[in-house]
Design a protein around this ligand. Structure first.
Ligand code: HEM
Length: 529
């Protein structure tokens, strides 16, 4: 005790001789050091053997937020190597438990409703953007009914109508856009693909009247809605900040536009339209209540937003991959000439099934560049992870990352190589026996309330998710993307500006991953006349 006094006494005396500024500065640094030391001691001394290992981090609250946010796939890969398929990290103060691999995918995505919950996590972001009473602003059973209404509208008959609409949008876009004037040039491709995606999706899903407004006011309003999806809004969704005010104004304006359209259509006594809005206008919940107009309007916003980011990012990646592999772009052209005839007649829905390489381009791009890298769920009751001694408490958030198994060499040989031919049976890079075994074991179908879907959770390849929150837009996205690819291939030859096979890195700053920008490529018209 005396020795400690001997040591601290002179230190306290020296401290009191410092100026006020220096005293505050020193006090601040000492507190930070103390917080770091306590945080490190806490991690090494108080491990709970019934909980997954925690990724080492220096600072509390910040935890691994920065390393995760910079490159989530690399974060998952490195920590999987260190800690195994189940580990916890601190994301903005929340303990977040990641479960990867086919078993992890299944555990989270096919989790029971009483165990895991999506709306508690996502509602703060989605409700101000979509509007009330839909998707994550209602009980899950209601979402399942809403998904059923939306899915039923996406019929083969509807797709037959969509293909010529999408084809026309693509060709007229390239005719009128200044960046594609002349015989060849260079272009930053992602913003162009974003425009093509919104024009094609809005025209196909929402009809020509709504599509036409995208040339005027709607594009800017949807852009303002989009700003509501920035990750910072997980905490600041409520704040009266400029981007949130614009988001709220845009939501009210767009919803009113849809509701006015619905009123007009009801008054006009339309009988047999095929579009999504008309279908929702004639849908009734199980309890006998007809879907109210404001819910239809909010579902229309949700549908367009859900599809926009994922399809736009995927189509950009496809174009960048083709610019890096002009030989494959040529193979696509030859596939169309061979299967559809050298005069390349206008594309029909039935043609898409004759073009397997076009389908494989999308499949392979989604394997390596799936736009949704992390899927989160709240934990509703302490959850035992099968095959481990871990029990996840309700204070944790669960995170699924299906991209990890999609780039695992145990399932996909040479996983980092973009090889659309790997989806052909005899390819050397074809999915391994292990991948096929889990896939085949997963043939079981299940109905969560929005129609039969394959249970699919244990597959190593799940770019469209699995379980009750599985994507209902997969077929539409495939039709849209295949048609866009087929039309682009008919018109252009792409290559990288430096002629290399390189592909640009990924921007993980927004909720959906996408190519870093600018991502410029060289284009040349196929028809030199
Ligand atoms: C859900 C991916 C296109 C509508 C999902 C989920 C994924 C996904 C991974 C699951 C999210 C979760 O479990 O939390 C994709 C990809 C797309 C795409 C990769 C394109 C390449 C579309 C399109 C639409 C759409 C075009 C609309 C036409 C939806 C809806 C959900 C969903 C309504 C359900 C959300 C829920 O139940 O919680 N999508 N999607 N998606 N997607 Fe997509």
């Amino acid at each position: 005790m005396g020795a400690l006094q001997d040591l601290l006494g002179p230190l306290a005396q020296q401290f009191s001789q410092l100026g006020l500024g220096s005293q505050i500065g020193l006090g601040f640094v000492t507190s930070i050091v103390l917080v770091i030391v306590l945080n490190v001691l806490n991690q090494s001394l108080f491990k709970n053997s019934n909980e997954p290992p925690v990724v080492f981090h220096w600072f509390p609250v910040i935890g691994s937020t920065v390393t995760y946010g910079m490159d989530p796939p690399r974060f998952f890969k490195e920590n999987r190597e260190k800690y195994g398929d189940v580990f916890t990290f601190v994301l903005l103060g929340r303990k977040t438990t990641v479960c990867v691999g086919p078993a992890g995918n299944d555990f989270i995505l096919n989790g029971k409703i009483r165990d895991v919950n999506a709306e508690e996590i996502y509602t703060v972001l989605t409700t101000p953007v979509f509007g009330k009473d839909v998707v994550y602003d209602c009980p899950n059973s209601k979402l399942m009914e809403q998904k059923k209404f939306m899915k039923i509208a996406l019929t083969t008959e509807a797709f037959r109508q969509y293909v010529p609409i999408i084809s026309d949008e693509v060709t007229s876009y390239f005719k009128r856009t200044a960046a594609f004037k002349g015989q060849s040039g260079e272009v930053d491709i992602p913003p162009k693909m974003a425009e093509i995606t919104i024009f094609t999706a809005s025209h196909a899903l929402q009809g020509k009247a709504i599509r036409d407004q995208f040339d005027e006011s709607l594009a800017a309003l949807y852009h303002d809605l989009d700003m509501g999806f920035s990750p910072i809004n997980f905490s600041l969704h409520w704040a009266p900040l400029p981007w949130n005010n614009r988001r709220d104004h845009a939501q009210r304006t767009v919803a009113k536009l849809y509701m006015d359209t619905i009123k007009r259509r009801r008054a006009g006594g339309e009988k047999d339209a095929q579009d999504m809005m008309f279908h929702l206008m004639n849908s009734t919940y199980k309890n006998g209540v007809q879907v109210p107009d404001h819910e239809i309007a909010h579902m229309m916003i949700a549908l367009l937003m859900a599809g926009q980011h994922s399809s736009s990012s995927t189509s950009s990646w496809i174009m960048l991959r083709l610019a890096a592999r002009p030989d494959i772009m040529e193979e696509l052209y030859q596939e169309q000439v061979r299967e559809l005839g050298p005069d390349l007649p206008p594309l029909q829905y039935e043609d898409l099934a004759k073009l397997p390489l076009h389908g494989a381009i999308i499949k392979e791009t989604l394997r390596l560049n799936a736009p949704i890298h992390s899927i989160m769920r709240a934990v509703k009751q302490p959850l035992a992870i099968p095959g481990t001694k871990y029990v996840i408490p309700t204070s944790h958030v669960l995170m699924s990352a299906p991209g990890v198994s999609a780039s695992d060499p145990n399932f996909f040989p040479n996983p980092e190589v973009w090889d659309p031919h790997r989806w052909e049976k005899d390819s050397t890079n074809a999915p391994t026996m292990a991948a096929r075994v889990v896939d085949e074991a997963d043939e079981e179908k299940i109905d969560y309330g929005y129609g039969l879907v394959s249970k699919g959770g244990k597959s190593p390849y799940l770019p469209f998710g699995a379980g009750r929150h599985r994507c209902i837009g997969e077929q539409f996205a495939n039709v849209q993307l295949q048609t866009i690819v087929a039309e682009v291939v008919r018109l252009f030859k792409f290559r990288n500006i430096d002629g290399s096979n390189d592909v640009i890195g990924t921007d993980y700053q927004s909720l959906f991953s996408r190519p870093l920008e600018p991502a410029r490529i060289h284009w040349e018209r196929r028809d030199q006349s």
